[in-house]
Design a protein. Structure first.
Length: 450
């Protein structure tokens, strides 16, 4: 039951120091004639770190709540990984606000954990009264915490705005869980995608608040610039893809009822990339992208089918195909982006290993290794890739990412705050995403065999 109470850590609590209006609306006093845009600045790094912690937190929360409700063998280990994520978030708070701030944060955070844990336990036990109490506690929490935010930020986040932000995250967690419990799996994964996306809104807002509060500590840099937004966009797509790919492989191996719907969410993530390619390059661009992407999908699908059927020869072939893919695609990256083939092979092979090792640990029943080691490493690695890939784009096309090149009305990025990207940036983004297909997973082909 104690583990149940750790089911759903919600990153809205970190809004304790983050007014949602604290965005980098202005672009500082930099002399843009002398400024070379970069994805890696102190403020952009802070934003990326927060995005990583928040999005991992939400993904692990969803995974753990499902597994705890189902009584899955790996529920405790998924919960332990969630605890590790919590410890890292608390350490981040301490690094900015000291031990007293971290202690107060941890106290408030834990009550939130308990209420979501109560919700999971109530549903698992069919206890309607306990469920109603959990909902009432969460409502009270929204009121209490929004008042705390108002006081902590000295009105920077008015209570009404805080209530809205906290309620939204509570709803994301609750609705994703409730849809799963009700067997409404399409709705569950629609809600998952919305909630996962929301974590990146929180990251840019909190990052903007902290860097604005302590500008000298972040070299007076900004969380939202064209280059930083590109990095965040890549981080979002890559990390969501890694989680959904890993979860899809687990669901496929288990023959879970919601397998097709996790796969659907993975397809939707893929479609976000493919649609962008089509919007820039048309049908010809899509036709060039899809075969490269599909081969990667097929090889991981083959690996999953091999595990289901305990087919050692098929597994060996899948591994050989993936190794050939690493070499082939790194050569493509070298030509397309200037990333040296040797470096490309190292990054692509690392990602292949992350996915493979997470899956292998799960199928072997080594659940601590699955969640605390392989999954967390692989999830974090996607943010490294986002920085590398974004950096390559910006370095090749600095004029497209200069802050003073931004139009007055930005295309919507879905990342919240200032969407400081030009039309040309999106063209380069999609070109690079097409080149980076080896770095992410698409839908597994084995659904026809379930």
């Amino acid at each position: 039951m104690k583990m149940m109470k750790k089911a759903a850590l919600t990153s809205c609590a970190l809004l304790v120091f983050a007014p949602t209006v604290a965005m980098a609306d202005d672009h500082g006093d930099h002399d843009h004639d002398d400024y070379s845009p970069t994805v890696s600045t102190p403020a952009a790094d802070l934003r990326a770190d927060l995005d990583q912690l928040f999005s991992e937190h939400f993904a692990l929360t969803v995974a753990f709540m499902q597994k705890a409700f189902d009584g899955a063998e790996d529920a405790a280990q998924a919960g332990a990984a969630l605890d590790e994520n919590t410890a890292e978030i608390t350490a981040t708070i301490e690094s900015v606000y000291g031990s007293e701030g971290a202690d107060e944060f941890n106290r408030i955070w834990q009550s939130h954990i308990d209420f979501f844990g109560d919700m999971v336990a109530a549903e698992a036990e069919g206890d309607e009264e306990a469920r109603a109490q959990a909902e009432a506690d969460l409502d009270n929490y929204v009121d209490e915490f929004s008042a705390f935010l108002d006081a902590a930020t000295e009105g920077g986040l008015p209570q009404e705005a805080g209530q809205e932000a906290i309620s939204a995250h509570v709803e994301d967690v609750s609705s994703t869980f409730d849809s799963y419990v009700d067997g409404e799996f399409m709705e569950a994964y629609e809600n998952f995608r919305h909630g996962f996306h929301h974590m990146f809104d929180i990251g840019v807002n909190l990052g903007g608040a902290i860097s604005g509060q302590f500008p000298e500590d972040f070299d007076n840099t900004e969380v939202s610039t064209p280059a930083a937004d590109l990095r965040a966009h890549l981080n979002h797509l890559l990390s969501e893809h890694f989680f959904l790919a890993s979860f899809t492989m687990q669901k496929g191996f288990d023959g879970a009822e919601d397998f097709d719907f996790v796969s659907w969410a993975l397809d939707e993530n893929t479609a976000d990339l493919t649609e962008t390619i089509g919007s820039v390059y048309g049908d010809d661009g899509v036709e060039s992208f899809e075969p490269i992407w599909q081969s990667h999908i097929d090889f991981f699908g083959d690996m999953t089918v091999a595990a289901i059927e305990d087919d050692a020869d098929a597994r060996t072939q899948a591994e050989a195909d993936l190794e050939s893919y690493v070499v082939e695609f790194s050569a493509f990256l070298d030509e397309a982006t200037g990333i040296p083939q040797e470096a490309g092979e190292e990054e692509i092979r690392s990602h292949v290993a992350d996915v493979t090792n997470t899956f292998d640990a799960y199928t072997a029943g080594e659940f601590e290794r699955t969640w605390s080691d392989e999954f967390r490493h692989g999830f974090h690695h996607m943010f490294m890739l986002g920085e590398v890939l974004g950096g390559a784009i910006v370095d090749q096309n600095p004029d497209m990412f200069a802050a003073d090149s931004m139009p007055e009305e930005m295309p919507a990025t879905g990342l919240g705050g200032t969407a400081s990207n030009t039309t040309f940036m999106w063209a380069m983004l999609t070109a690079f995403i097409a080149a980076a297909g080896a770095l992410v997973l698409g839908r597994k082909k084995w659904s026809s065999q379930q």
